[in-house]
Ligand binder design. Structure first.
Ligand SMILES: Nc1ncnc2c1ncn2[C@@H]1O[C@H](COP(=O)(O)OP(=O)(O)OP(=O)(O)O)[C@@H](O)[C@H]1O
Length: 253
């Protein structure tokens, strides 16, 4: 579905993405983790032509992204990001329909309701304005909007970053279920290694523009992937161990 061939993106002296070579298979759910500034967002933006490589190539379904019309290419790809970017003066229904509308298509009647149902929102919310929704509901609308064009590829940049842990967990599972049901290929940037391990089939760790680990969750949990990856795995593991220890202490007579 996606191939990076020595893909590099420089901003002045900063090499945000540094000679990345990578193939992402159709149907996979890939999480991209790493420290702030390691290049995760830039790598994602190379896929939907928000950024162009300074050198190297990015291919989507075998086509070099640089040769495609950017707006048409973007309309084929679902994109969800943390700040969502719903238009405040448009209703939920209008926000969901904006992508197809920009492409000259009108969503068939009933499709908005279907998309809302897909992300487990009441059809009645279609008439609301974004400020009348909770953060979690807004984020669900963002996912519905990303799916409006029926994309095969879903890119998510910290999609759940601003949500409370309960909503975040529920929406993560929902997106994974949608990924499976719709046969999507999903690439998700997250700061949260636990989320990556729980949702993804494959976890990539970025450091200074390079992919420094590329493992399945079971391998990361078994200690593979090198120091940077294991440093990230240690955080949720130590938290779980501390909680388990507290629970044991609580149980002691
Ligand atoms: N448009 C830009 N102009 C200049 N520098 C940029 C631009 N976009 C990104 N960078 C720089 O490229 C590097 C990688 O940024 P990027 O946003 O890809 O990292 P990230 O891993 O997604 O970070 P975060 O987790 O904080 O979102 C950073 O040093 C950043 O400052």
């Amino acid at each position: 579905m996606i191939a990076f061939e020595a893909a590099t993106r420089r901003f002045g002296d900063v090499t945000a993405v540094d000679r990345v070579g990578l193939a992402i298979a159709q149907g996979s759910f890939v999480a991209l983790v790493g420290a702030s500034g390691s290049g995760k967002s830039t790598l994602l933006k190379l896929v939907n032509a928000i950024e162009a490589p300074s050198s190297g190539r990015v291919l989507v379904q075998g086509e070099d992204v640089a040769t495609l019309d950017p707006p048409a290419h973007r309309r084929r790809i679902g994109y969800v990001f943390q700040s969502i970017g719903l238009f405040p003066h448009m209703s939920v229904a209008e926000n969901i329909a904006i992508g197809p509308r920009l492409g000259g298509d009108k969503l068939p009647s009933g499709r908005i309701g279907e998309l809302l149902e897909l992300v487990e929102l009441e059809p009645a919310l279609a008439a609301r304005m974004p400020h009348e929704l909770s953060g979690g509901q807004r984020q669900r609308v963002g996912v519905a909007r990303a799916l409006a064009n029926g994309p095969r590829l879903l890119l998510m940049d910290e999609p759940f970053g601003a949500l409370d842990p309960v909503t975040r967990d529920a929406l993560g599972r929902r997106v994974r279920a949608l990924h499976d049901r719709l046969g999507l290929t999903t690439v998700m940037v997250t700061h949260d290694m636990a989320e990556a391990l729980l949702l993804a089939d494959r976890v990539l760790v970025m450091e200074a523009g390079r992919i420094v680990a590329d493992e399945i969750p079971a391998s990361l949990l078994a200690g593979k992937g090198g120091d940077a990856a294991q440093g990230l795995v240690a955080v949720p593991r130590e938290q779980a161990e501390r909680l388990a220890a507290m629970e044991r202490e609580g149980e002691a007579p």
